[in-house]
Design a protein around this ligand. Structure first.
Ligand code: TRP
Ligand code: SF4
Length: 331
């Protein structure tokens, strides 16, 4: 029996942090057991905002590839590739662009939000407005059944379905309407209590070294009312407590809550303990990261294999699409 197909991608606009891990990658790894999975690094999408800094995109692409594989995306079971190495995405993007009304793009919330967020940057480009058209092409080119995404991506998925419906309506049933698999909004706050994000400078990266991890966690915000060692704390408003929920045992967590409320432990001890738990939790991934970083050739080989496989599937779809849209000619 052929398995249903999953596709997802990450934009090459930063290294991956533990929010990306718990909010997406960890789930992607599990999905490999039950689905045919394709996972890619969206470097064209990164150009929408990093077009002035090409060196960065390359660095992020390499590091994300290492992050993917270190976390357990398995190039033997899944197709792992770089977007710009499968040209069919761009070809389909051009065609979908012809049938996508501009007002559909202008009302996408991420378009308005990003523009506001990056107010200093020139985001008046055609490509930036067309970001979701490219994303629709990424998905439609593989006729993916499901797309695991965070909640912030739901408008993009909705738009993808609308574009696919329009294509199928105009040219006959060719493309597949994808369904989302929503990964619950990351339960993991950043070091300052806001959402973990590279733009807030409050993230712990999978590629951070031991010392950096220690420093970051030691300086994380805790319960602001706990000024002195003897002040009782409120675990429910504390970041470090949220991290303990993920990395410490249930039993130890209950003790920590109690010891925090009675000021039996101080924040420094609580953080030191967390750091130890963190290193245990990520030992395998961090070790694998080191090995892969020292062997870029093997990472490159896996991406070559992924791109070759992706091209096969993408080309099958494009053959149908070109014919449906009335392109090309042969006597
Ligand atoms: N827009 C997605 C993000 O920022 C990245 C992405 C690009 C994507 N193409 C995709 C995700 C296709 C899922 C499917 O996270
Ligand atoms: Fe947070 Fe731990 Fe300090 Fe309590 S003791 S406020 S849980 S860091």
């Amino acid at each position: 029996m052929t398995r249903e197909r999953i596709l997802s991608g990450m934009q090459a606009s930063g290294r991956l942090h533990i929010g990306n891990y718990h909010g997406a990658l960890e789930n992607w790894v599990k999905l490999q057991d039950d689905y045919e999975c394709l996972y890619f690094i969206a470097d064209w999408h990164a150009l929408t905002t990093l077009f002035c800094e090409p060196g960065k995109i390359q660095e992020y692409t390499r590091e994300i590839a290492i992050d993917f594989m270190a976390c357990g995306l398995d190039p033997e079971r899944s197709t792992i590739f770089i977007q710009s190495e499968v040209l069919q995405h761009a070809e389909l993007c051009v065609i979908l662009g012809m049938i996508t009304p501009v007002p559909w793009l202008e009302r996408v919330p991420s378009y308005k939000d990003k523009k506001k967020e990056l107010a200093g940057k020139d985001l008046s480009s055609h490509g930036f407005l067309g970001y979701p058209v490219l994303q629709s092409a990424d998905i439609a080119i593989y006729r993916a059944d499901y797309v695991p995404v965070g909640e912030d991506q739901l408008p993009h998925l909705e738009l993808t379905r609308e574009i696919v419906r329009r294509f199928n309506h105009l040219y006959g049933a060719t493309l597949v309407e994808p369904q989302e698999i929503v990964t619950p909004a990351a339960a993991l706050p950043g070091l300052d209590g806001r959402k973990m994000s590279k733009s807030y400078d409050n993230a712990v990266y999978l590629s951070d070294g031991d010392e950096t991890v220690r420093k970051k966690l030691m300086s994380a915000v805790t319960d602001p009312q706990r000024q002195r060692r003897k002040d009782p704390g409120r675990p429910e408003v504390c970041n470090i407590h949220t991290y303990h929920k993920i990395y410490s045992s249930k039993r130890r967590l209950a003790e920590i809550e109690e010891q925090c409320r009675t000021a039996e432990i101080g924040c420094v001890d609580c953080k030191k303990e967390l750091i130890e738990r963190f290193f245990v939790h990520f030992a395998g991934i961090r070790q694998k990261r080191k090995e892969l970083s020292a062997d870029p050739g093997s990472v490159r080989a896996a991406l070559d294999q992924g791109a070759a496989r992706a091209r096969e599937v993408a080309e099958e779809t494009m053959a149908l699409v070109r014919k449906a849209a009335g392109l090309g000619w042969s006597p």
